[in-house]
Design a protein around this ligand. Structure first.
Ligand code: FES
Length: 440
């Protein structure tokens, strides 16, 4: 077979001879970053593409893909790259490319036209000094700052399997568990997101907003309970909606952060959902929330008691990948110095190879909060690396070199980077172990 795949947006066409490769295999063989969280087993949908031209030149949808497409109302142009095979020329777009798109993916699983009750954690995050900021800054600057705020603080929600549900004025609302997950996971994800938001805010103040001479502050309230989740509204304009008393209560809890001068407050139902011994609680309050008749107990969260690997990875990722090219070139420089013989395994363009590396690292951190797909994704990654000639003895070298690169890019922090480094070390142990080929 002689056919081609053109990647729109990337402006790249690759030639394909092997008709046994799926569209996903073609991307990976050509070092084109392509999300494939479940490892190509047709379960996660992150590899989906839109076929812009040449859909007649593809294999038909198999049963798994058909069911997936039906449940998510996909039009015929959307295909699962890992389940689709090439018969002639096509042009396509990769659809899941950033955290924002993953957000969309999670909303798809909400029921259409009716709401279903689901057990979720709801997080309200308020920008504290918004009114004084509005009067002291030009509208243009204010919009710039708000955008930075929304972006930086939205990411921890997405990183922890949550959905950015709404922006209400100067508030971000995140929900966790709309697509399932047990109480402990949903509540822990929400707390980790809240702590990640604190890191993101301090980074924002220190780095990107330095010139504005402002210090943004936030207050976060989290509640857990059964809410109705669905796509509601006029038939021509349905919107993803989350409704119910637990949502209102979460908003009221956030209001209490001002009263008690606390950064993160959680309800008793969140506390009951987590392993209490894991979380550092500073204070607790008995409060009457506005519009409620019963006194409620609130707890101020300071952090996790022990090092939380996922939080450390998430909080360091931005800094590590701020200059992706630098990270990748440092890594490969160190790798080829440490193990010159592996240089022969890299036959293609090293800039593209670098992009693949940083895309993969970001994907790994994100996938850790989605355990359903994590191991199958890693297994497949291992199989692909084996195909490229990677051997089990290369794995410890990769780990040492990655840690050394991370250490160099992070530089010297006042409080040292020991927690971040041990989190990355622990994560790489898990990742590389899962990628190792099984003994023959
Ligand atoms: S569905 Fe294709 S990679 Fe998961």
């Amino acid at each position: 077979m002689n056919a081609s795949v053109t990647y729109m947006g990337l402006n790249r066409t690759v030639l394909v001879e092997d008709d046994a490769s799926s569209l996903l295999d073609i991307s990976l063989d050509n070092q084109i970053p392509h999300m494939h969280e479940c490892g190509g087993y047709g379960r996660c949908t992150t590899c989906r593409v839109r076929i812009v031209e040449g859909s007649q030149n593809l294999s038909r949808r198999n049963r798994a893909e058909q069911e997936m497409a039906q449940s998510r109302n996909w039009d015929p142009t959307i295909r699962l790259a890992c389940q689709t095979y090439l018969k002639g020329n096509v042009s396509l777009q990769r659809l899941i490319w950033s955290m924002g798109e993953v957000n969309q993916l999670q909303k798809e699983l909400a029921p259409e036209g009716k709401a279903e009750e689901r057990s979720i954690a709801i997080l309200f995050c308020d920008l504290r000094n918004f009114t004084s900021l509005s009067s002291a800054n030009l509208n243009f600057d204010l919009a710039f700052m708000l955008n930075k705020f929304y972006t930086a603080l939205g990411e921890p929600i997405l990183m922890n399997n949550g959905i950015i549900y709404q922006y209400v004025g100067d508030e971000i609302v995140g929900v966790f568990g709309t697509t399932g997950g047990n109480r402990e996971k949903n509540c822990t994800d929400a707390i980790r997101a809240a702590l990640g938001m604190q890191f993101a805010l301090s980074r924002l103040n220190k780095m990107e907003l330095e010139d504005f001479k402002v210090e943004l502050k936030s207050g976060i309230g989290i509640n857990f309970g059964k809410a109705y989740v669905g796509h509601l509204g006029h038939p021509t304009h349905r919107q993803f909606s989350v409704i119910g008393d637990p949502v209102n209560v979460a908003s009221r809890i956030q209001e209490q952060t001002k009263v008690h001068n606390a950064r993160i407050l959680i309800s008793e139902s969140v506390l009951k959902g987590i392993r209490e011994q894991d979380v550092e609680i500073a204070r607790s309050f008995k409060t009457l929330l506005s519009g409620k008749e019963n006194i409620c107990n609130l707890f101020e969260v300071l952090g996790f008691k022990e090092m939380d690997m996922k939080l450390e990875l998430q909080a360091s990722l931005h800094q590590l990948l701020e200059d992706q090219e630098r990270f990748a070139s440092l890594f490969y420089e160190k790798l080829f110095q440490t193990a010159p013989s592996v240089r022969a395994l890299f036959k293609r363009d090293m800039t593209e190879q670098g992009r693949l590396l940083t895309h993969m690292l970001g994907g790994l951190v994100y996938s850790m909060s989605r355990p359903d797909y994590f191991h199958s994704g890693l297994k497949n990654l291992g199989i692909n690396h084996q195909k490229y000639g990677v051997k089990p003895e290369h794995y410890p070298i990769v780990k040492t070199v990655l840690i050394s690169t991370i250490q160099e890019v992070l530089g010297e922090e006042e409080d040292g980077n020991s927690k971040v480094l041990s989190a990355w070390s622990e994560a790489l142990n898990v990742v590389l172990e899962a990628m190792k080929p099984l003994p023959e």
